[in-house]
Design a protein around this ligand. Structure first.
Ligand code: HEM
Ligand code: HEM
Length: 194
């Protein structure tokens, strides 16, 4: 039973990451086009699907995905007894995810032109695909929670605080994956007309 549970956990992680990787590959032509365009350096260009904003979202998302290599190196050590220095991979996890987070937050317009301070604003789960477009506000807050809980898990002052924030970190990242998948797909399919 325990083995099945572990397999399900491993499988869901692979599935979650594969969905985002697939969407990023699908979004590549638009990223490529954004590289060809000259940015204007107005706020609108840094936010959302603007020339710079799109580049930052794309590169930032790849960084967060690559930071997950730590999670898989933990599996290698635990189940295959591979000898790797996990502390180094954890450093890489923190470094890549913080850098990716900064890029993605600039893309979200956070905080300089953020339009979704209330996470559930305009979100309507019964409103079909269109009702889910505003998931981007919730996604931004989930990503920030993943960052804060990650910092507390790493640098928290007591073992109890670290244990609790580790749990929060796990669920915050899980929800980030799900909402990021919805956001990327919907933002590319139904660009909002501002
Ligand atoms: C924002 C993007 C981030 C994502 C998507 C992410 C994702 C994850 C995931 C999936 C795990 C494994 C959780 C588990 O198996 O229980 C993890 C563990 C961890 N992360 Fe993050 N993380 C992020 C940011 C950070 C940051 C900024 C830090 C700290 C500087 C951090 C520090 C940690 C620590 C200390 C662990 C636990 C290591 C362990 O128990 O072995 N994370 N992260
Ligand atoms: C994972 C972290 C991400 C967060 C927190 C995030 C957040 C946001 C937010 C808040 C907006 C609205 C910006 C505005 O006020 O105009 C937005 C727009 C957008 N995002 Fe993201 N985003 C993320 C990742 C991505 C990725 C990886 C892509 C594409 C590869 C992407 C594509 C877009 C597009 C195309 C828009 C503009 C959509 C439109 O014009 O309606 N986002 N994002």
């Amino acid at each position: 039973m325990v083995v099945v549970g572990r397999l399900v956990e491993f499988g869901s992680r692979i599935l979650g990451i594969s969905v985002i990787v697939f969407l990023l590959v699908y979004a590549y032509p638009r990223f490529y086009l954004s590289l060809m365009e000259a940015p204007s350096y107005f706020v609108e260009d840094f936010r959302g699907g603007g020339v710079v904003g799109f580049r930052y979202a794309y590169v930032g998302a790849w960084m967060v995905i690559l930071s997950q290599l730590y999670v898989f190196s933990k599996y290698l050590v635990k189940y295959f007894r591979v000898r790797i220095r996990l502390a180094r991979w954890l450093d890489l996890h923190c470094l890549l995810s913080v850098t990716g987070l900064v890029l993605v937050l600039i893309h979200a317009g956070f905080p300089y032109a953020f339009r979704y301070w209330e996470p559930f604003m305009r979100l309507n789960i019964f409103g079909g695909l269109e009702g889910l477009i505003a998931v981007r506000g919730l996604l931004t807050w989930l990503l920030i929670s993943a960052f804060i809980s990650g910092m507390l898990t790493r640098y928290g002052s007591s073992p109890r605080l670290k244990r609790i924030s580790n749990k929060i970190h796990f669920y915050a990242t899980l929800s980030t994956y799900v909402s990021a998948s919805i956001h990327i797909l919907l933002s590319l399919t139904f660009p909002e007309t501002r």
